[in-house]
Write a protein that binds this ligand. Structure first.
Ligand SMILES: Nc1ncnc2c1ncn2[C@@H]1O[C@H](COP(=O)(O)OP(=O)(O)OP(=O)(O)O)[C@@H](O)[C@H]1O
Length: 249
């Protein structure tokens, strides 16, 4: 099986500024890959290109073998791409379980007109399958005990997990996590690290908390001034002289 994510020679220019220069890397299925680099390195720009918010000046992005380079952000979900944001996006007035269920229905997980045409028994089966998937995802994210709580009543760490559960609901090919630990305390960060580490979903994340990055990622890609200056396992990256130089200036 090929890479879950393939970034090939992606460049982005803003006028005279080259935010990304010929950035290439692959993420194999099931791996967690972190993108790190000093301020202004191009991390946000790279995320925007992969999620479709910005079109690269040149280069391509493939998810699950499919070229998504020209596909608008709203349609990338069909290519199996999900993203979470720095500010949590959950429905406060829904329960935790209904938040996850809504994520499936919103993405048209096989219900709607087709299920109506197929008749009510089929619809009930589908409903049951969905409920089972909700329970499975809640268990994966350590949310079973709060499944019936309103999302608004949860502390931010738990809400972050609800957002993660929503993104996982229909088995994404690739999940992008944008600064997943922002706003979390040490305990919440440790819990998120445990949950993310146990998933078998392919994940690309941008994160400033180096402890979290080093603990949860299988591989790291290091950007500096728009270029990949190193990639490898956390241990390799920690000992890389070019990375040390970039961070220490
Ligand atoms: N819309 C824009 N117009 C012009 N220049 C931009 C724009 N967006 C980003 N840049 C420039 O592109 C470069 C990369 O920025 P980017 O935000 O991707 O870096 P980053 O690694 O995410 O930084 P940070 O860690 O500070 O969030 C920077 O030099 C930045 O000033």
């Amino acid at each position: 099986m090929g890479a879950a994510l393939g970034v090939q020679a992606v460049s982005v220019s803003f006028g005279g500024v080259r935010a990304l220069s010929e950035v290439s890397f692959d993420v194999p299925p099931g791996q967690v890959c972190g993108v790190i680099g000093p301020n202004g390195a191009g991390k946000t720009t790279l995320f925007d290109v992969i999620s479709g918010l910005r079109r690269p000046t040149s280069g391509s992005v493939r998810v699950g073998g499919r070229d998504l380079t020209g596909v608008p952000a709203v349609r990338r979900a069909r290519g199996g791409l999900r993203r979470t944001f720095q500010r949590t996006q959950v429905f406060g007035r829904l329960t935790v379980a209904d938040n996850v269920l809504a994520a499936m229905e919103w993405r048209g997980g096989g219900g709607g007109l087709l299920a109506d045409l197929a008749g009510r028994p089929a619809r009930r089966r589908l409903e049951r399958a969905r409920r089972e998937r909700v329970d499975e995802v809640l268990a994966l994210c350590g949310l079973t005990e709060v499944r019936d709580a309103y999302a608004i009543a949860l502390p931010v760490g738990r809400r972050r997990l609800v957002e993660l559960a929503r993104a996982l609901a229909d088995g994404p090919a690739l999940l992008l996590l944008d600064e997943p630990t922002s706003g979390l305390d040490a305990d919440q960060t440790a819990r998120l690290r445990e949950v993310v580490g146990a998933l078998d979903t392919t994940i690309l994340l941008v994160e400033h908390d180096m402890g979290f990055v080093m603990g949860v990622c299988d591989r790291l890609v290091v950007l500096d001034l728009g270029r990949v200056i190193a990639s490898g396992t956390p241990a390799e990256i920690r000992d890389d002289p070019a990375v040390r130089a970039a961070y220490l200036g």
